[in-house]
Design a protein. Structure first.
Length: 241
């Protein structure tokens, strides 16, 4: 993704949630500008949507948590969502509504969140879930488990959450954007070639591990990260075989 923000950070994903202004008694939610790359899942878009849910869920009533999980399941199934839902009506028209903007940003290999929340926590959670509903069925199915994991997260909003949602042991931008291509490159395979066999992956993993190990001339300072990346690359390429 080539878009950059005014401060030079790379824009990885963006979500606009339009919602009722604080002084207005009605409760409405709509969606605005969306930048949500989700292929391969969860993509930067899925990480942002899940993080919006995780960051705002503690601010909603406990008696609504079960309904949040139920709504995610209905979105995954493509079910018709009867309105209003969770005390809010979802609509297309944004006239008279205020806006909250949430972004996932990259700076080198560092990832950060920019949550500009102007409405209620519940409006942000609903906006993220309804953004998933806009996706193609195969992407909804892939992202729904990510949203469920986000709705159960109780830790800080940062690197640990990203790794948890991505199911990854590395936070390298290349790995999060395209795990397969990153893993092939880490292990020294041609990215454009067919998938290597399990035997080829294991052999290449062992060879690379020997190459980076300090006992075989690898740089001791970089060895720990290199070995961790190699293990993660092997996991990515052997998963679901």
């Amino acid at each position: 993704m080539s878009d950059h923000t005014a401060d030079g950070n790379q824009l990885l994903a963006e979500l606009e949630v339009w919602h009722t202004r604080p002084a207005v008694p009605t409760r409405r939610v709509a969606l605005g500008h969306l930048v949500l790359p989700v292929d391969p899942a969860p993509g930067f878009g899925g990480l942002l949507l899940g993080s919006v849910v995780a960051a705002h869920l503690d601010g909603i009533d406990d008696d609504l948590i079960t309904d949040v999980h139920r709504l995610i399941t209905e979105v995954e199934r493509g079910a018709r969502i009867v309105q209003p839902r969770l005390r809010h009506r979802f609509q297309v028209d944004r006239h008279g509504l205020a806006v909250s903007r949430h972004r996932l940003l990259g700076d080198g290999d560092d990832i950060s969140f920019d949550f500009d929340t102007a409405g209620t926590n519940l409006a942000q959670v609903l906006g993220a879930i309804y953004a998933v509903e806009r996706l193609a069925p195969e992407h909804r199915s892939a992202l729904a488990p990510v949203m469920q994991k986000a709705a159960r997260w109780r830790g800080p909003i940062g690197a640990g959450l990203i790794a948890h949602l991505a199911g990854s042991n590395t936070l390298a931008l290349e790995a999060l954007a395209d795990p397969r291509a990153w893993a092939l490159e880490i292990l020294g395979f041609d990215v454009q070639s067919d998938d290597p066999s399990g035997k080829e992956i294991t052999a290449r993993f062992r060879q690379r591990m020997r190459d980076v190990h300090p006992d075989h001339g690898g740089d001791e300072f970089d060895a720990a990260k290199a070995m961790s990346d190699l293990a993660e690359a092997r996991r990515v390429l052997t998963a679901n075989r």
